[in-house]
Design a protein around this ligand. Structure first.
Ligand SMILES: [Zn+2]
Length: 487
């Protein structure tokens, strides 16, 4: 048995103004040994490759691209990545199976559903008989085309996600079953007219998605013919017809059973729709509440400029308001501003600086804010995440900490998800000794600071990852859809 592994881990915020050019795809493309190294880890590829080797299979590397997150990708970048993968499959033939990891939210200028397009091309190349199994992120916007072209789609069951390896292990088990003819995966896919805000997709007790996942677990265990149920929350800032929550049920040769369960879970989602309503505090009120708190740290979530949703990471709304209200013991987790970092580097540690920071990429994330302070530390910006989700090494690029008296501002060269203690500790800032921490995330900060923050306040900041969908210029999503339409 000869199986191939690869990945197209491309995410796009359809509304974001920044682009990931073809050149970045070229630099990010992993081949051969680099793909095998990735498969040595505990991600989706790792789970699959390790299971495959235990079964005595030969594992062949294809391509794996993870170019970062921004706005829609250029058509030529998608086409190039697709041809790279197809060339690799041709070179690796004959193959008995293909396992691919995808994010499930890529959109190019011409295509809203890059994954569907890619899977159709792969299917065309390998033929109808070869299993093509896909691991999906919990934010995937699953489409008809993806379901039709893949043999099986397997999504993670956690958010923030840490169970990618399990999707790979299940894919290997199913491929083995197809091989010995004990399994014939048959999938049904369903979705309610709903595109929940990213804020409410946290899977933890008390959150609506947790309630639905419990139902999924009960359904999964009811019948041994069910191979997998993937309930995925979607990524509502990626605008495609099928954007939003969906469920894909795969059974062993039982289409009616798959359809029945998919419909039941779809209905349960719909009944729960109002629990997904966003829940945020105005900027001024959030800062006032944080300042008035007896004890910190109070985590303020800058959701609309989340480093996980393709925005520039240079939003200044909370910085401006913290200055205006003269907050003490506050840390701005991140303003991505390479120009300001260079100015801090040129000044050097210990020097006083006056910098106009943030708000420089587009007109949606506030204006530049002038800060005056001392360059306290300078860093390469590399650190290892302490959480089991979003694990691994984070590269922020050259990074500076500016001490402005009551307020510390972390300036990075790249936008990043700011969601956990090591982001601060790696820069010599102990988060438990601060009153207010500003994070840029859509909900990962709830998990990253669980047990550590006195309170988490999600703030209604301006930005292109806003959790209020009516503020975004959707063009492709099916209508009516909740909460965009009052249905
Ligand atoms: Zn995700």
């Amino acid at each position: 048995m000869r199986v191939a592994i690869g990945g197209y881990l491309v995410a796009a915020n359809s509304f974001a103004t920044q682009r990931i050019p073809l050149e970045r795809f070229r630099r990010a493309m992993l081949r051969d040994e680099a793909v095998m190294r990735l498969a040595g880890g505990d991600g989706a590829l790792g789970g699959f490759a390790q299971a495959a080797r235990r079964l005595g299979w030969e594992v062949v590397p294809l391509r794996f691209v993870f170019p970062g997150l921004a706005g829609k990708i250029p058509d030529d970048a998608h086409e190039w990545a697709k041809q790279e993968l197809l060339d690799a499959i041709r070179a690796a033939a004959p193959l008995d199976g293909v396992f691919l990891q995808m994010h499930g939210t890529a959109a190019s200028d011409r295509l809203d559903d890059c994954e569907g397009d890619l899977l159709a091309a792969v299917r065309n190349l390998v033929g109808p008989q070869t299993p093509v199994i896909v691991s999906l992120d919990g934010h995937a916007n699953v489409t008809h085309l993806m379901v039709d072209q893949a043999t099986m789609l397997i999504g993670v069951k956690t958010n923030p996600h840490y169970d990618f390896a399990e999707t790979g292990r299940l894919a290997a088990r199913v491929m083995a079953g197809i091989r010995d003819r004990s399994l014939t995966p048959v999938s049904a896919w369903a979705q309610p007219p709903m595109a929940p805000a990213l804020q409410k997709l946290y899977i933890a007790p008390g959150w609506p998605m947790d309630h639905l996942m419990r139902l999924v677990r009960i359904e999964s265990q009811r019948d041994s013919r069910i191979l997998d149920i993937s309930l995925l929350g979607g990524f509502f800032v990626s605008d495609r017809r099928e954007t939003g929550i969906s469920v894909t049920v795969t059974t062993n040769g039982e289409p009616a059973l798959a359809r029945d369960i998919a419909e039941r879970i779809k209905e349960a989602c719909w009944q729960k729709r109002h629990a997904f309503h966003t829940d945020m505090v105005a900027v001024e009120d959030a800062v006032r509440e944080a300042i008035a708190a007896d004890e910190g740290p109070i985590v303020l979530g800058d959701l609309a400029d989340s480093g996980g949703a393709g925005t520039p990471g240079d939003g200044t709304a909370l910085l401006a308001e913290l200055l205006r209200q003269d907050a003490r013991g506050a840390v701005i987790g991140n303003i991505a501003d390479p120009e300001a970092v260079q100015q801090a580097l040129a000044a050097g540690v210990g020097r006083q600086v006056e910098l106009a920071v943030g708000g420089k990429t587009d007109r949606f994330h506030g204006d530049p804010v002038t800060i005056r302070g001392r360059v306290r530390t300078l860093h390469d910006g590399v650190f290892t995440a302490s959480t089991r989700f979003n694990a691994g090494t984070v590269h922020r690029g050259p990074t500076a900490v500016i001490d402005c008296g009551g307020l510390e501002v972390i300036l990075t060269s790249r936008p990043v998800l700011v969601f956990e203690p090591n982001h601060f500790r790696s820069l010599g800032i102990e988060p438990t000794e601060r009153k207010i921490l500003v994070c840029k995330a859509e909900m990962q900060h709830w998990a990253g600071f669980a047990g550590l923050a006195r309170k988490v306040i999600d703030v209604d900041t301006p930005g292109l990852a806003t959790q209020i969908p009516s503020r975004l210029p959707f063009r492709r999503i099916r209508r009516p859809v909740f909460p965009l339409d009052d249905i």
